[in-house]
Design a protein around this ligand. Structure first.
Ligand SMILES: C[S@@+](CC[C@H](N)C(=O)[O-])C[C@H]1O[C@@H](n2cnc3c(N)ncnc32)[C@H](O)[C@@H]1O
Length: 205
């Protein structure tokens, strides 16, 4: 069974039998049960222990999102970044972001704030990470045929305006997800999920 094949969707009750002695177990969860949205493998683990375990094997791609309008998609993007084990999530713009779609996955994710696109670009340069913007704008290339680097930061725009001009100009390349219907675009969090999975397919399989 792979880790993604879960048995206990709704959580587990108090620990049955003698308590385990390993330090990563949380006595409160052993006593009361664990209904958190975590893999079965992590049931009853302390949150810090889960984060430490994830930190030991995070992938090398980062995810950045412009946050000027409290877009509901940001939480969903954070949740997907957690699922695909992004190194870090970057919020560009307002510090407060819409956490609703994150389903508390942000607690297990490193989230860094950059007040402006300029601040974000400075950070990316220092980290030696190419900025790969994801949007369907003129002169973009297709993600389907582009070799996604192992280390990079994907930059997404918001519902409505899409990526800002400074964000597009800061990118090494802009990639579109090829569409075939009549709509101008897909939902931003759907675009982020497709992008992260494209990275997984290219770099891990
Ligand atoms: C709703 S789109 C808005 C902008 C879009 N450029 C337009 O012309 O309507 C919001 C965000 O979702 C992502 N997105 C949506 N559809 C996309 C596609 N086909 N290719 C790449 N990114 C897309 C981008 O990050 C974009 O900034």
């Amino acid at each position: 069974m792979t880790e993604s094949h879960e048995q206990t969707t709704w959580g587990v009750g108090p620990w049955d039998g003698p308590w385990p002695t390993e330090d990563f177990y949380d006595p409160e969860l052993l006593k009361n049960g664990d209904t958190r949205n975590v893999l079965d493998h992590f049931r009853y683990w302390k949150m810090e222990a889960i984060i430490a375990e994830l930190d030991s094997r995070r992938h090398k791609f980062h995810v950045a999102i412009e946050n000027w309008q409290h877009d509901l998609n940001i939480g969903s993007i954070v949740r997907t970044a957690n699922a695909f084990l992004a190194a870090e999530v970057h919020i560009i713009g307002h510090r407060r972001w819409n956490r609703r779609g994150a389903m508390v996955t942000d607690r297990y994710q490193h989230v860094r704030h950059h007040p402006t696109v300029e601040d974000f670009v400075t950070w990316a340069k220092e980290a030696n990470l190419p900025i790969i913007a994801i949007d369907n704008v003129p002169r973009c290339e297709q993600i389907e045929t582009f070799k996604l680097p192992e280390s990079c930061v994907f930059l997404f725009g918001q519902e409505g305006p899409g990526l800002s001009q400074p964000a597009i100009e800061a990118a090494e390349v802009v990639l579109e997800i090829t569409q075939f219907g009549s709509t101008r675009s897909i939902n931003a969090s759907a675009a982020a999920a497709i992008t992260m999975h494209a990275w997984v397919q290219q770099n891990l399989f």
